[in-house]
Design a binder for this molecule. Structure first.
Ligand code: FAD
Ligand code: 2HG
Ligand code: ZN
Length: 525
């Protein structure tokens, strides 16, 4: 019976596919929307996309008491870095955030090539009281990586080397400006993998990932970066270099200060280097894309995945039908293997024994179908097809900004209440919203609630915020599961942290950056 049901599932052909190129689509496809969807804003600058108004004006931001850049400063930096690495023109791509929502007015971008240069820049800026925003791949979704007023942009782009990858210990040492995908490729060359994967991998930097404590699609397997990052080197606001590098998992020598820099979004220091524990890449990867009739079935299937796939479960993602359909409409190159269900799950297994893993995932799906929890689906272990299915998930956030304005929320919620906010929000927004949908990292209780409308307008904004944060807070969730606080959420931090915690954050900020020059206007207000 079970076997017959399994046969009814459409299994993907095992022929090689063209998905290798699709995997890189965010970087290579040309998007011409007003919101911009290329993974690098820099490549968007000339595409004719609308330029947002300056955030200092729209948000009525009072500029901090910082010095104003002058010719002598620029000359100083040119002497320090060489004129090629000091930019004073064509700075749009550095001033505008990925979502094209935040726009600063920096007149200077600095591109140091090593830690000493970063330290010299910070020393000088601290003495002069010039404000600085560290910038990685500028794929952040909370407006943390761009200036708000006229802060100097400190781009880590040139610190892009993988310094070593040790296949025996699994420890890699990498400069912070290395693009995640390049780092992963280097790890894969020796049979390892970076324990972090996200849709922006072709553009984001590992230093940006660590600074945001990025989550992504493998947290359910490898945990977050507080566990995988063994050590960091960080330049403080005054130019001191803090060497917290470590090549060991176990190191209890004093306070674990590295954690201060993981997720502090460039407000406490500039990460220049880090060491990371990289697991072995799995020999066998299988992906199932399944359709389900209700969120209750989604939860049952998740529990079953944990119980029955256990140690080989490496990802468990949810996509609702509106999110999927939007991506399919916007990106015709995507192929959805099944359609017509309110919910879809992408479940991945990674292990060392292909036959064993395939048997396990087939059994898991067969059992789920027999119980009526899983309706239809597809399973594949073919690398090309695996990538093709992942591509669908990766394009979902981009589909929603392709032709409209999108309010994006990234919240942790208890699993039993995980999806209800999507229905509540749809009701609240009514016809003001074009799409209200939910998707995300179900395996980590992390929902991405997206609310799209034709263009930003105050009416819908007021329906959505602060309601979404109040709702989350009442359920004791987190208002930022993985993207951070940045500029966009700083007024709402109190929904997730009490005043004592916020005061301590402020005190730590003052201690490490007494002049407040590092990424001002972000995280704390
Ligand atoms: P940036 O955007 O440049 O900067 C982010 C923050 O880190 C800023 O506050 C900046 O000041 C600071 N910063 C950057 N580099 C340094 C440094 N070296 N030292 C100190 N501070 C620094 N995020 C997730 O968590 N999970 C996902 O699944 C995910 N998927 C995404 C998919 C898409 C399509 C997009 C566009 C974004 C996604 N993101 C996701 C958000 C974003 O990619 C992550 O936040 C990422 O970690 C940002 O890296 P970045 O190099 O682009 O950093
Ligand atoms: C993802 O998981 C990202 O795809 C982006 O974190 C989520 O854009 C979003 O809302
Ligand atoms: Zn995410």
């Amino acid at each position: 019976m079970r076997f017959q049901r399994l046969l009814q599932m459409r299994r993907l052909a095992t022929s090689a596919s063209a998905s290798a190129t699709l995997m890189r689509a965010p970087k290579q496809t040309t998007h011409h929307s007003t919101m911009g969807t290329s993974l690098s804003v820099r490549t968007m600058a000339g595409s004719g996309a609308a330029i947002p108004e300056l955030t200092q004006i729209t948000d009525n931001v009072q500029r901090g008491n910082y010095a104003t850049l002058n010719d002598a400063d620029v000359a100083h930096f040119e002497k320090l870095l060489g004129t090629n690495h000091v930019l004073t023109e064509d700075l749009e791509g550095y001033n505008i955030c990925f979502l094209k929502r935040i726009r600063g007015n920096s007149k200077l971008v600095l591109k140091p090539g090593n830690t000493e240069e970063v330290a010299a820049i910070m020393r000088y800026c601290n003495e002069r009281k010039l404000a600085v925003v560290p910038q990685g791949g500028n794929t952040g979704l909370v407006g943390g990586s761009v200036p708000i007023c006229d802060e100097i942009v400190l781009s880590l782009q040139r610190l892009n080397k993988v310094l070593s990858v040790d296949e025996v210990t699994g420890i890699a040492i990498v400069e912070s400006g290395c693009i995640l995908e390049n780092f992963d490729q280097r790890a894969r060359d020796v049979g390892l993998t970076v324990p972090l994967d996200l849709g922006a991998k072709a553009s984001c930097h590992i230093g940006g990932n660590v600074s945001t404590n990025a989550g992504g699609v493998r947290v359910v397997r490898y945990g977050n970066l507080h566990g995988s990052v063994l050590g960091v080197e960080a330049v403080l606001a005054n130019g001191q270099v803090l060497d917290l590098m470590s090549n060991f998992k176990k190191d209890n020598t004093g306070y674990h200060m590295k954690h201060l820099f993981i997720g502090s979004e460039g407000t406490l220091g500039v990460i220049t280097k880090l060491s990371m524990l990289c697991p072995h890449s799995s020999k066998a990867v299988n992906v199932a894309f399944i359709g389900l009739n209700s969120f209750d079935d989604v939860l049952k299937t998740f529990v079953s995945a944990k119980r029955n796939l256990g140690e080989i479960l490496s990802s468990c993602e949810l996509i609702d039908e509106r999110a999927l359909n939007t991506a399919l409409q916007q990106f015709k190159f995507l192929n959805a293997p099944i359609s017509g269900f309110p919910f879809y799950m992408l479940i991945e297994t990674s292990g060392s024994n292909g036959d064993h893993d395939e048997e396990k995932i087939n059994q898991f799906i067969g059992d789920g179908m027999e119980r009526g929890e899983i309706q239809d689906g597809t399973v594949t272990g073919d690398p090309g097809k695996v990538q093709e299915i992942w591509k669908i998930r990766e394009m979902v956030p981009l589909g929603l900004i392709e032709k409209s304005f999108c309010f994006k929320y990234d919240i942790s919620l208890p699993l039993r209440d995980f999806y209800s906010i999507v229905d509540v929000m749809r009701e609240r927004c009514g016809s003001l919203a074009t799409i209200v949908c939910g998707y995300g990292h179900l395996g980590d209780s992390n929902l991405h609630l997206n609310v799209s409308c034709d263009e930003f307008n105050d009416e819908i904004y007021k329906r959505v915020e602060p309601f979404v944060y109040e709702y989350t807070s009442k359920l004791k969730g987190s208002i930022s599961a993985e993207h951070g606080i940045g500029f966009l959420k700083k007024d709402y931090l109190h929904y997730s942290k009490n005043s004592v915690a916020i005061d301590w954050m402020r005190d730590m900020k003052k201690l490490l950056d007494p002049n407040g020059i590092l990424n001002p206007y972000k995280v704390l207000n």
